[in-house]
Design a binder for this molecule. Structure first.
Ligand SMILES: [Fe+2]
Length: 485
């Protein structure tokens, strides 16, 4: 039974159409944004969906071809143009796509669909209609070429996001929106110079604690020269990425108040990460929990050519805890001395002779997990105990106890899980007092309709499920809105 207190709208976003005319999308991440709405009220669930009508979708529909390139898909110039304009369009830098199929951003009472380009599209969560196109709502005023689809929210409603700008010096920028007026009041809180302007890091999310922003510069890099000529070379963004497993990861810690970068250098052995789970400060340490991969095979395995052969992506990311000592370090301390003094973690941090601190993580749980979510409203940036995730094979939902290093699992032998979203009980006090919502995708092959499952977040037992009598493709991220104004 759905708890009586559970009332609101669960919005999900994700790719939902993989062709335009005869053109086929090459990479799963590039399907046209299909928004899903599960409205929950009085113990009942109603479902609706609508395509995001940004320029990428409208032009592709009208022209019956892919007009904008995406993460792993290359669009070709209009065949109707004459040969000269086609030739020059190869040299023109690719226009960012507004196919915002990854997540949502809430700024005040306004909602936007997000992807990783500089474009955002305003939507109305009541009817999923597209309110403005990307011409009217962009990050362009903060001059970023890419931005994450994982903004963070301060307790006062301030929104933080990160984006990259390419140029003679590439920067990772922290953008701050203090109010609903995106264009008027947004500022760049900090510019972190990339270690290499020719090969800046790709990143999908970042961490935020009560006082700091945590940015991970990982060795999955973007070849800037290649991406600037992508249209000529017929490269997608993914084609312009390189992973060097011999290069270290660098952690940057930035003061949220004044944007200063802590001068200490923190490193770790190479890994690739899509998602930060959470981060917090404790006793002079910064704890950073991440879903870490040893390579980038997950990106390669998400090409539709791979999926269409029946090989569903199986993310092999492990939940790892890094602990960064924040207090001023004395260079005469012994090298290789573990600076982490938190009693409950095996993570280590050693001061090296060059003055840098090398961090070795602790594996929180020895199981492949992705799409992590927490009780964000109350515990983002704070010491926390639980996160919820999908197993790598998408057969289970898992609740992880990060303090006791234990887990609870829920499975349905026929299900294919997506991201589990925690919704707090408004009258609850415990961190895990609430429900976990998860949309199970189209299971026609095994004779089962897709459905929304509601789990008790404390016991991780099923409370209810609502079957959806239409196809629902695998989505990426979602948000729960208790009340739409
Ligand atoms: Fe994500």
């Amino acid at each position: 039974m759905i708890p009586p207190w559970l009332s609101g709208v669960y919005l999900r976003n994700g790719p939902g159409q993989f062709e335009a005319g005869d053109d086929k999308v090459a990479h799963f991440f590039d399907g046209f944004a299909l928004m899903h709405k599960f409205e929950i009220s009085d113990g009942k669930v109603s479902y609706s969906s609508r395509f995001l009508r940004g320029d990428a979708y409208i032009e592709a529909t009208e022209q019956k071809r892919l007009v904008y390139s995406g993460f792993g898909t290359v669009a070709f110039p209009d065949p109707c143009k004459n040969i000269f304009s086609r030739f020059f369009s190869y040299f023109w830098p690719p226009t960012p796509s507004d196919n915002c199929n990854v997540n949502y951003l809430q700024v005040g009472e306004d909602f936007y669909a997000l992807t990783e380009s500089s474009k955002i599209v305003k939507i109305d969560p009541k009817d999923l209609k597209t309110v403005t196109t990307s011409d009217e709502a962009t990050y362009d005023y903060t001059a970023v070429n890419l931005a994450t689809a994982h903004p963070h929210y301060g307790r006062d409603g301030t929104v933080y996001n990160m984006g990259s700008s390419f140029g003679m010096q590439a920067y990772y920028k922290i953008i701050k929106f203090p109010s609903a007026d995106l264009q008027r009041d947004s500022t760049v809180l900090c510019q972190i110079p990339a270690s290499s302007s020719l090969y800046p890091s790709y990143y999908h999310s970042f961490g935020m604690t009560e006082n700091y922003i945590v940015f991970v510069e990982q060795p999955l890099t973007i070849n800037v020269l290649k991406i600037l000529t992508a249209a000529y070379g017929r490269h997608s963004v993914a084609d312009c990425m390189d992973y060097d497993g011999t290069r270290s990861v660098k952690f940057y810690v930035i003061n949220r108040e004044d944007g200063t970068i802590i001068p200490q250098t923190y490193t770790a052995n190479a890994f690739f990460c899509f998602h930060h789970i959470n981060a917090y400060e404790e006793s002079g340490h910064l704890v950073v929990d991440l879903c870490c991969y040893d390579d980038i095979s997950i990106i390669k395995h998400s090409y539709l050519s791979h999926i269409r052969e029946g090989n569903l992506p199986n993310p092999k990311s492990l939940s790892k805890r890094f602990v960064l000592p924040l207090e001023k370090l004395l260079t005469d301390q012994l090298a290789n001395y573990n600076l982490v003094s938190l009693p409950y973690t095996e993570a280590q941090a050693c001061l090296l002779e060059d003055g840098s601190v090398h961090c070795s993580p602790e594996i929180l749980i020895n199981q492949y997990l992705e799409l992590p979510r927490i009780n964000y409203e109350e515990y983002n940036g704070k010491k926390y105990q639980f996160f919820y995730a999908s197993s790598g094979d998408h057969k289970k939902l898992v609740k992880v106890d990060t303090l006791n290093k234990t887990s609870k699992e829920w499975t349905d032998s026929l299900c294919y899980t997506s991201e589990p979203v925690f919704v707090p009980n408004p009258g609850g006090e415990a961190e895990d007092d609430g429900v976990v919502l998860c949309s199970m995708i189209d299971l026609k092959a095994v004779g089962q309709s897709p459905y929304l499952v509601v789990l008790d977040a404390t016991t991780f037992e099923e409370l209810a499920r609502a079957e959806i009598p239409v196809d629902i493709p695998f989505g990426i991220h979602g948000i729960f809105i208790p009340e739409i104004k």
